[in-house]
Design a protein around this ligand. Sequence first.
Ligand code: HEM
Length: 239
Amino acid sequence: MELKKILPYLIVLLVFGSLLMFYTAFDKKTKTLVPDKLMNVLTFQDPANSFKEFNKVFALAAIGIISIVFLMGPLSKLFPAKFGHFLYMRKTLGIIGFGIAALHAIYSFIEFYKFSLVLMFIENAKFIGIVSATVSLLIFFIMTATSTKNMMVKLGYKKWKLIQTFGYVALALALLHFYLYETKPDIGLDVRPFGMLFFYLPIAALLLRVIIIFMKTPEHKTFEEHMGEKPANLGEKTV
Ligand code: HEM
């Protein structure tokens, strides 16, 4: 099979594999990697703990993969020769990232809020954290549902591009959700060291996007350019 086709799936495997090895296996007390801890989770020694750990891995993988998707646009504009040919992966990785985020949301809705919107929204001390998560998931859903060329033709490129660009708002909201949910009043942001990488990835994607706005780099003008199926016309500057 062609490497180009399987590369997005290899990236997903790499994200999950690295999270299991360096995040799940990390012991907060000894601050070391403990392979037995990972084995206990993988073999469901304590099923409730395994599900909780997998949910955390899914949440981190989702924000990580979605951030990679959002990093590709700005990076391909700053370094077209190096990153331009990776743009084709955005659609596949975006759909997978959304799917993983949706699984995390569904599991959390069942496990933490017992199918209750009252528990989730009204009796939730982290109200802003859950509203930002819900709005972010909704925007990612709209982006995924409109990610095909058919939808682009129906909406027109400008409207379609606006929806895709709105994804940065969703990413910022997901980051806010991450921050608010993992911040403890006495210790602040409490995430295992490798998990922090998944906190900095969306920040990097958002910062790069701001840099691109200020640099006024040429915009993609067609679906094919956006998807990396055709090189962008770099001769035309936007105003
Ligand atoms: C309605 C939608 C969502 C719900 C109900 C939800 C619920 C939760 C809950 C309950 C936690 C705490 C889990 C724990 O500490 O064990 C959490 C953490 C987290 N969520 Fe969500 N979430 C939603 C959407 C999202 C989305 C869209 C993303 C990203 C794309 C996301 C990323 C994260 C991350 C990164 C964490 C921190 C994981 C960790 O370090 O332990 N969530 N979420």
